[in-house]
Design a protein around this ligand. Structure first.
Ligand code: G6P
Length: 366
């Protein structure tokens, strides 16, 4: 293959480990040392935008969901996030003050391209977030923000996802700056935290490496698995569930932790490991009590939490520690142990992690 494995056993593992560098390249030139942001390269005038519609498929859709939390919170602009195959037939509402943000690693996904066409139909401006310069989507858009993940070979997306999330956060900061919705100092402080994220991702890789065997061990006789989170940790749970089901073929569900009692709790028993993404702030406590209910029903719990989170440790068989960050930025580290978990469970089952059955890297048919 053109891209070398460089000592790794598979591309998925290699690409997980490339994430600090991939995110660093993606942020470079867009954030200065003081946390100031410059996204003027996007080529789209963001000043008059009144609503945003994000369209994407698969993992890119989850990056869109995280972008919604960030943009709504920081820039106070309403954001809808659509699975592209739904959007194209949904008769969506918008006008020339709508910004359609299309997220696509390949830039060639048919449904995402069609969703862009739909948005163009009512006069929306289109901003493409893609990893592939010169791809079809770049020709259909008014502006482009490239992710700098480098070539992603494994079918299950990892480094492309984190770079998409990083760009959505940059966009949220830029919108907040343009719209004046945040005090300057707060904006710069967040920018500086974002700039340090590549180191935090590396720290996470180092912290969790030694615990993945134990975490994957909980899946030896698993029949299904439930991934729970609230707020920004909810899309992290969705992405964690998608990753594990894609490469291990274990039925997995990602759910908002507070909604679990309205359905998925029926799945819970000792053969349905529960993965809890704790997050920070008030939602951490809410998530803890939701997860407690699953533990009371025999669930074996893996939690992604701060190293010193004694409550999470008490509830969990395995704690996957992540560095403490401002709540909004947490997903950039919390996603990493879940990628490694998916990888390890699939490898323990002897599966081909780079080329899971029935899946394609890029879906160029409807
Ligand atoms: C396929 C891939 C996923 C990817 C999705 C969207 O399903 O297997 O990893 O997230 O397509 O692809 P795109 O290139 O548009 O981001």
């Amino acid at each position: 293959e053109a891209v070398e494995l460089g000592g790794y056993e598979d591309y998925m593992l290699k690409e997980i480990h490339e994430q600090p560098a991939a995110v660093q390249r993606t942020l470079a030139g867009r954030l200065d040392a003081g946390g100031g942001i410059d996204l003027s390269e996007s080529g789209v005038d963001l000043a008059g935008i009144q609503r945003i519609a994000v369209v994407a498929c698969g993992t890119a859709y989850h990056a869109g969901l995280l972008g919604k939390y960030a943009i709504e919170r920081l820039a106070r602009l309403p954001v809808e996030v659509w699975v592209a195959s739904e959007y194209r037939y949904a008769h969506p509402i918008g006008d020339d003050r709508t910004l359609a943000v299309a997220i696509s690693q390949s830039g060639e996904t048919t449904d995402t391209l069609a969703a862009v066409e739909t948005a163009r139909g009512f006069g929306a401006k289109v901003l493409a977030i893609t990893n592939t310069q010169g791809s079809l989507i770049t020709r259909e858009s008014d502006g482009i923000l490239l992710t700098a993940a480098g070539p992603e070979i494994a079918v299950a997306s990892t480094k492309a996802f984190l770079t998409q999330v990083a760009v959505m956060y940059l966009l949220a900061l830029e919108l907040a700056r343009v719209r004046g919705t945040l005090p300057e100092e707060e904006l710069l402080a967040l920018g500086r935290e974002l700039r340090r994220i590549p180191e935090r991702i590396q720290e996470t890789l180092d912290l969790v490496q030694g615990r993945m065997g134990e975490a994957a061990g909980l899946y030896e006789d698993a029949r299904s698995s439930l991934f729970l989170g609230r707020g920004v940790s909810y899309p992290v749970a969705l992405e964690g569930a998608l990753k594990l089901k894609e490469v291990s073929y274990i039925p997995c569900e990602g759910y908002p932790a507070g909604e679990m009692k309205h359905g998925p709790i029926a799945l819970v028993d000792e053969r349905c490991p529960v993965v809890a993404v704790m997050g920070r702030g008030v939602l951490r406590e809410k998530t803890l009590s939701n997860v407690e209910e699953t533990a009371a029903r025999g669930a074996r719990v893996i939690s992604v939490a701060a190293r010193d989170d004694a409550d999470a440790a008490r509830l969990s068989e395995v704690l996957l520690p992540v560095p403490e960050l401002p709540e909004l930025l947490g997903p950039l580290v919390a996603s990493v142990p879940l990628q490694l978990l998916a990888y390890r469970v699939a490898r323990d089952r002897g599966l081909d992690v780079d080329k899971p059955r029935n899946l394609a890297k890029s879906v160029t048919v409807e």
